[in-house]
Design a protein. Structure first.
Length: 139
């Protein structure tokens, strides 16, 4: 096998391993989808649901109000920007600190609501721009 063929085979092996790792992480820590609002960690596209905390994204970053929420409370993530945003827990890119926060894509003008059950202070970020981040406290 010549050098070019070895490089191609090695590249294919690396890609297969990377895809397998992503699939395993997705299965272990699935993102919530915009479907049901009855499960303990649900999300919804409805902007009419009352929330105990609102996290607003404006395209430049996040604002959180109020700064704390009680366990069992609801958190609404609102995208007031002109572009998509992916709301996920820290650390980037694996989102493993608190999977309840892994909402995923929130389209411009849309919101998703989820319930928090685990107490602690949790970091989150925009997966599409991880420099945009914040934290919320569940007590």
């Amino acid at each position: 096998m010549n050098k070019t063929a070895k490089i191609i085979v090695a590249g294919i092996v690396v890609i297969v391993i990377a895809v397998a790792a992503v699939l395993v992480m997705h299965k272990k820590y699935p993102s919530t989808s915009s479907s049901s609002s009855s499960s303990s960690s649900s999300s919804s596209s409805s902007s009419s649901q009352p929330a105990d905390m609102t996290i607003t994204y404006d395209g430049n970053g996040f604002s959180v109000s109020p700064s704390k929420v009680k366990a069992g409370g609801t958190v609404k993530v609102v995208n007031n920007s002109q572009s998509d945003m992916n709301f996920d827990s820290d650390p980037h890119p694996v989102h493993t600190d608190e999977p309840e926060l892994n909402v995923g894509e929130v389209a411009p003008g849309q919101s998703k609501t989820f319930t928090v059950t685990k107490t602690g202070t949790w970091g989150f970020h925009n997966h599409l721009d991880p420099s945009q981040h914040g934290s919320l406290t569940v007590n």
